[in-house]
Design a protein around this ligand. Structure first.
Ligand code: GDP
Length: 193
C-alpha cells in the first residue's frame, strides 16, 4: 500500500539560496504542460495542491512542498518559459541549473516527459546534462492514458530509446487514471528515506 503523500506547500522561492534548508529533496522538472502539477496533485491525492500552468507567478518560482515524516519536493519552472526570461544557452533558466547543481539535499530529479508525444529536444538536452553532471535522475512518462493500449508497447520502446534508456528505466504514469501513481509514491518515499 502506498497512501497519498502528505504534502504541505511551504513556499515559492526565486532561487536556491532563498529556500529553507532540507534534509532530502526530490525535484520535478519538465517542459510546461508536461503534467507536473497534475502529477503532484495525484501523488498527494489533492485537487489543487499544485496549481495548474496558468497560475501567474508561481510557475516561474521554485515551489517547495514538505512531506510529513521528512523530506521535501520541489517543483521547478517548466522549461517552456525559458524563451521569455534570460535563459541559458541550453534552454532553461539559470535558476533551474542553479538549484540542481547547488542543492545539497537533492536526492532525485524526476524528469517528466510527455508520454503521448515523447521526449522533446529540450528533454533530451536536460537528460544529457543531468547525466554528464552526474545528477541522480529518473524519467517519468506522463499522460499514459493518452496512448492507445495497442500502441503502448511500441511507444514505451520508442520513448526509452529517445531518452537513451532501457524500457524498464522509465516510470509510466497517468495522473488522470491513477496508473503508476502508487509505485511512484513508494519510489518518492524511498528516495527521501
Ligand atoms: P504542468 O504545466 O506541467 O504543470 O502541466 P499540468 O499538470 O497543468 O497539465 C497540463 C495539461 O495536461 C492539463 O490540461 C492537464 O489536464 C493535462 N494532463 C496532465 N496529466 C494528464 C494525464 O495523466 N492524462 C491526461 N489525459 N491529461 C493530463
Amino acid at each position: 500500500m502506498s497512501p497519498p503523500l502528505q504534502l504541505r506547500f511551504v513556499t515559492s522561492a526565486p532561487d536556491v539560496a532563498s529556500l529553507p534548508a532540507a534534509t532530502a529533496e526530490v525535484a520535478i522538472v519538465g517542459r510546461s504542460n508536461v503534467g507536473k502539477s497534475s502529477l503532484i496533485n495525484a501523488l498527494a491525492n489533492r485537487k489543487k495542491l499544485a496549481l495548474t500552468s496558468n497560475t501567474p507567478g508561481r510557475t516561474r518560482m521554485l515551489n517547495l512542498y514538505e512531506l510529513e515524516g521528512g523530506g521535501s519536493l520541489v517543483d521547478l519552472p517548466g522549461y517552456g518559459y525559458a524563451a521569455v526570461s534570460g535563459s541559458t544557452r541550453s534552454g532553461w533558466p539559470k535558476m533551474i541549473e542553479g538549484y540542481l547543481l547547488n542543492r545539497e539535499a537533492l536526492a532525485m530529479i524526476m524528469v517528466l516527459v510527455d508520454g503521448e508525444i515523447g521526449p522533446t529536444k529540450l528533454d533530451v538536452t536536460m537528460l544529457d546534462w543531468a547525466r554528464s553532471s552526474s545528477l541522480p535522475h529518473t524519467v517519468v512518462a506522463t499522460k499514459q492514458d493518452k496512448v492507445k493500449p495497442s500502441q503502448r508497447q511500441r511507444r514505451q520502446a520508442e520513448l526509452a530509446a529517445g531518452c537513451h534508456l532501457e524500457v524498464g528505466d522509465i516510470v509510466w504514469v497517468s495522473a488522470v487514471k491513477g496508473t503508476g501513481i502508487l509505485p511512484l509514491r513508494g519510489l518518492v518515499k524511498l528516495w527521501l528515506s
